[in-house]
Structure formats: C-alpha cells, structure tokens
Design a protein around this ligand. Structure first.
Ligand SMILES: [Zn+2]
Length: 241
C-alpha cells in the first residue's frame, strides 16, 4: 500500500486528505469533453492526482495551430488523433491513471452513452451545441458539470449542478456565435487547472467552491470577479428538475 501511494505522498499530507481520499480518487471516473486548450491542463492535473478513470472525448486531429497551448500534443502528432497523443502523454506522466479515449463528436443522441458511468463532466469544449447536450446529460444523470471557457486574456469557470444551481441554458439561453478566438497557452492552462481543482474537490468529497457561481478572470489586469448565477424559472432544460 505504502509503495503504491508514495507518488501521492505530498497531496496525502493536505488537511483532511490522507490515504482514504487517495483511494477515493483511485476509484473515480471523470468525463473530459474536449482535449484542446482546456482539456490538456484538466486531464494532466487529474492524471497527476491519481484519478482512476479519465475518459477523454474528442474527434479532432492535431493541427499545428493547436501547439501554442495544447501541451499533451507534440509536432510529431500533427495529423494524428488528439485522443491518441493525449493518452500517450498522460500514461507517461502517471501509469496508474486509466485513460479511456473516444474519438467521436458529442451529440444529443450519443452523449448519455459516451459519458457512461462518469461521476462528473468537465466541459472543455469550444462549441455550445455539444455543451447543451452535455448539460442535459448531466441533469439526467444527476451529476455536476464544470464549465470552462477562454477568450483572449480572459478565462471563465463555473459549476452547474441543477437543481441546486442553474444549468448552462439558464445562463446562456442561446449559443453565442462561434468564431476563431484568440488564445494564449498560459490563459488556458490557468483556467483548465481551476476546472481540475473543482473536480478534485468534488471527487474527494469536498464542496465545490464555484457551485452556482462563475469566476471571471481577467489575466491582463490580474483581477478576478464573480457572478452569482441565477436560475431561469422558465428554462426549457432544467425547470422540471
Ligand atoms: Zn436551466
């Protein structure tokens, strides 16, 4: 037992953590939607922390324009599946973590099957259609969804956990127009790490600080503000819950 957990010695020392929490993380299952700018730091931090199953879903191939921020993929992986390069890199970082890969686009038809028995969904996507599908799946399965987004020097993180909090459709009733967004690797790394922190708290039995709140981080001015998220009583997605 000791040898097996030596890798986690420094986090086991955290207050209220101990070997019991580490065993709990070892038995955890997480769904990471997208292994791009946010998905890379999310999966990296979950793997380092010893999460048992990290299920990564992405249908994209590695492109050279990804490489300023998506650090699980390298030049040699250009043109290959993102899930393959991510799996290879994560296994090298921590062979204890089970990495499952799914090379599919998330749709409202397949989302429940793809998420499977995961205990939490981490939204590292760049499009709202798939986000809405994930949000409905989270609501149906009664599991939380940790939302992350970046735009230029700004990062955002929120935890949606209806009926205790609003859902993503309460906050964004319609999809903003998608366009080619400016992105810096340091911004996605910081934002994704915050998503991973909330997931680790949840999986270790702690309270997620961002449940029902959105943290908006202006990395240019280094000023953070938060929004209290308000439930829309006529939200077509979560009003029944
Ligand atoms: Zn809602």
């Amino acid at each position: 037992m000791r040898e097996r957990f030596d890798r986690y010695n420094r986090q086991i020392l955290l207050e209220g953590w101990g070997v019991d929490t580490q065993v709990r993380l070892r038995n955890s299952r997480v769904f990471v939607a997208g292994i791009g700018g946010l998905g890379c730091p999310v999966a990296l931090n979950l793997a380092l922390a010893g999460i048992g199953i990290i299920r990564i879903c992405d249908s994209d191939m590695v492109d050279i324009t990804n490489l300023n921020r998506q650090f699980l993929h390298r030049d040699v992986h250009i043109g290959a599946k993102k899930t393959s390069s991510a799996k290879e890199c994560l296994r090298g970082l921590n062979p204890d973590s089970g990495i499952e890969t799914i090379d599919k686009k998330i749709t409202s038809e397949n989302v429940n099957e793809l998420v499977g028995d995961a205990q939490i969904i981490i939204d590292c996507l760049d499009n709202f259609e798939a986000r809405y599908a994930l949000s409905q799946c989270a609501l149906k399965k009664g599991i939380p969804m940790i939302h992350g987004a970046v735009w230029g020097m700004e990062g955002r993180v929120a935890v949606f956990q209806p009926p205790h909090t609003p859902c993503i459709s309460c906050v964004f009733p319609s999809a903003p127009e998608s366009e080619c967004t400016p992105v810096l690797g340091a911004v996605t790394s910081a934002t994704g790490s915050m998503q991973a922190m909330e997931a680790l708290k949840f999986l270790s039995g702690r309270k997620m600080a961002l449940s029902g709140r959105m943290l908006i981080m202006d990395f240019e001015a280094m000023k953070f503000q938060e929004l209290e998220l308000v439930r829309n009583p006529s939200c077509p997605i979560c009003r029944q819950s």
